[in-house]
Design a protein around this ligand. Sequence first.
Ligand code: BDR
Ligand code: CA
Length: 311
Amino acid sequence: PQKIIIDTDPGQDDAVAILLALASPELEVLGVVAVAGNVPLPLTEVNARKVVELSGRTDVPVFAGCATPLARPLVTAEHVHGKTGLDGIELPAPTLPLQAQDGVDFIVETLRREETGSVTLVPIGPLTNIAEAFRRAPDIITRVQQIVLMGGAYFEVGNITPAAEFNIYVDPEAAAEVFAAGVPLVVLPLDATHEAITSRDWVEGMRALPGRCGPAIASWTDFFERYDKEKYGSQGAPLHDPCTIAWLLRPDLFEGREINVEIETEGRWTMGMTVADWWRVSGRAANALFIRHLDRDGLFALLSERLARLP
Ligand code: BDR
Ligand code: CA
């Protein structure tokens, strides 16, 4: 199976991404590393442990990484995800322990231990841990197989400012370093993920699953959809983060272009913007596969089939 490390700030959509990965035998989740983002780190690491425990995969270690962005105070998104970051269903306090090792050190050590080019990083929160790992151990950069991340926006512009998507906005310095690192990048921006909107039927299908995970997923998306319904008039909840895992499983469901993407770290109005050279007008070399569209029916069929395998 494909080895991956999930770097995450759960987050209801992060939670679904983690469950999708754990339900997929093509993927071997070496670890889940929490980062500060949607809510502060003490909450995201607990949420990560709750989700892994819910899946029954308590063999998967959970770590805590960075508590603050590289160069700025943390900006959070309780207005989207609720006070806990994972509002929707009250899950018991996890018994799965937090690993004692620092999450960034875990990323470094894992990349050094595993064969070069065999580990894919899947960041679905701010890019702080990944950038910090590259700073601490530049030798690991060429060992990364690829980075498949949720972040950015171009035609869909921003969700936290008019120009910026949340994950990039929270730590633009980290994002700039990761995008410049020379690692093959697959970017799932809002342009694609705003097409991954749940339908009522799909959510009710989850709720009707016999195990404990389906109803939890339904309760998360019920909570999460309120914000997008009000804000954008969406019909349901956007499953941003699961798109990364779905891309690993079924890249044929997605459509994008190899282009140059630069991160704005200074703009007065545009800080955190992913300046995506979709029309290739800059002459700058491509550094990312920037996904623009996805097959919504195909994606939700995949999600249903996989998530139904969970306890
Ligand atoms: C991203 O920000 C977070 O709120 C979501 O979990 C997702 O990773 C969407 O902009
Ligand atoms: Ca996230």
